[in-house]
Design a protein around this ligand. Structure first.
Ligand SMILES: Cc1ncc(COP(=O)(O)O)c(C=O)c1O
Length: 394
């Protein structure tokens, strides 16, 4: 309970939590399921190179995403890299991607030999539209690489139509959209390929891992070759490959993670609804809701700061962080702030620069209990009660 501003941890008070509450999910998969699959690797004496576990994981993921093919790889970075490398038009130079995106998105493109062309987002949806992407399409464009934002999805039909209109390959970075559906169909089969991460901070935790989904048979064959040195037969290589296979033990983790994804999503939903309830009467802060008419993963609690909130985003985070509430910025800084002009292309991106200041992420997932959501809301309510003192000090 904060009865004066000296009760805030930033000004010497006791922290609300003795250990960090974080924004990452980090849900450890069921141990028994993991150990059973891991045991198979020992029994089969096969720890990598397309063993039983990776094949089973790919089969289950293809069913989950309602697609023909899933190609598992060592992480989401490599999944995206392989998809871009396999699909982007080879004699062109630029891949269009929004600047408001995951921090390493530009590097994922650079590793394939292309340069990122950063486009803007729509201020309302935090994601690209056909207009913001089309402005960046030119004679150098090799592909469109479109991430779904957190919580909502981009307008897939609109982007697919745009890619078709310009004859461009389309890759969705669907890391944030795992488990979601669009017009009743699971995310995974849209565009030419979609890519996912199974990092420990993601909904399906294989410790490290990633995968590509596609309905294109030829592309799937090529990606399978590329992830394993490009081999087509003993001593025969027919494409530029690398070693980015997913091994049997990480596949066992992935299978364990996938086995309880529905339970995780329902626990996430309960926590999200609890946050929404406690934030109802906090003027100036709005929890971005998940759509209830489609499948969603409920894995993130994103807050929009409206004009009535009297504090800056940075002071808000400073006060929360001091309480061990590790709330953090939403895709800030945008990528064009950290990229030099000789390694990227971009014009003015006004919506991106606005949106990156207006949102923050609240702790969510494994480090949190449903009761913690009230304690976090109480800190923000206390900030409003001591508004004048905090602003004078802050
Ligand atoms: C949107 C997005 N794309 C790609 C990645 C890369 O995934 P990985 O960490 O498995 O390499 C991440 C990781 O956080 C991500 O958030």
């Amino acid at each position: 309970m904060k009865n004066s501003i000296s009760d805030f941890a930033l000004y010497g008070g006791e922290k609300v939590f003795s250990t960090f509450r974080t924004t990452t999910n980090m849900v450890p998969p069921d141990r028994e399921v993991f150990f059973n699959y891991a045991k198979k690797a020992f029994e089969n004496r096969q720890f990598t190179n397309n063993g039983e576990n990776v094949k089973e994981l790919e089969r289950q993921l293809a069913v989950f995403h309602e697609v023909k093919h899933c190609i598992a790889v060592s992480n989401g970075f490599r999944a995206f890299m392989l998809a871009v490398k396999a699909l982007a038009l080879p004699h062109k130079t630029e891949v269009v991607i929004p600047s408001l995106a995951y921090r390493s998105s530009g590097y994922m493109i650079e590793w394939t030999g292309f340069i990122p062309h950063f486009c803007d987002v729509e201020a309302q949806t935090r994601t690209v539209s056909a207009q913001t992407v089309e402005k960046c399409i030119n004679k150098n464009t090799a592909a469109l690489a479109i991430p779904h934002p957190m919580v909502t999805l981009c307008d897939i039909d609109e982007i697919v139509a745009l890619a078709k209109k310009h004859g461009l390959p389309l890759i969705f970075d669907s890391v944030e959209a795992v488990g979601a559906s669009y017009k009743g169909k699971m995310i995974g089969g849209f565009g030419d390929a979609e890519t996912f991460s199974m990092h420990a901070s993601k909904l399906i935790n294989s410790a490290e891992g990633g995968y590509i989904t596609t309905n294109n048979d030829e592309l799937a064959d090529l990606l399978r070759k590329m992830r394993a040195f490009g081999f087509v037969a003993k001593d025969t290589v027919d494409c530029l490959g690398l070693n980015t296979k997913l091994n049997e033990l990480h596949s066992a983790m992935g299978l364990a993670g996938l086995s309880w994804i529905e339970r995780q999503i329902s626990e996430n939903k309960a926590m999200h609804l609890a946050y929404q309830e406690h934030f109802k009467d906090i003027a100036g802060l709005e929890i971005v809701p998940y759509a209830e008419n489609e499948k969603r993963n409920w894995k993130t609690c994103l807050v929009k700061i409206n004009s009535e909130w009297p504090f800056t985003r940075d002071l808000t985070l400073e006060i929360l962080n001091a309480e061990n509430i590790n709330a953090r910025e939403y895709y800030n800084p945008p990528l064009h702030f950290i990229y030099s002009r000789d390694r990227s292309v971009y014009a003015d991106l006004p919506n991106t620069e606005k949106v990156c200041q207006e949102y923050f992420l609240l702790p969510f997932g494994y480090s949190m209990s449903v009761d913690d959501t009230k304690m976090i809301a109480d800190v923000l309510k206390a900030m409003l009660r001591f508004k004048n003192e905090l602003l004078a000090k802050g």
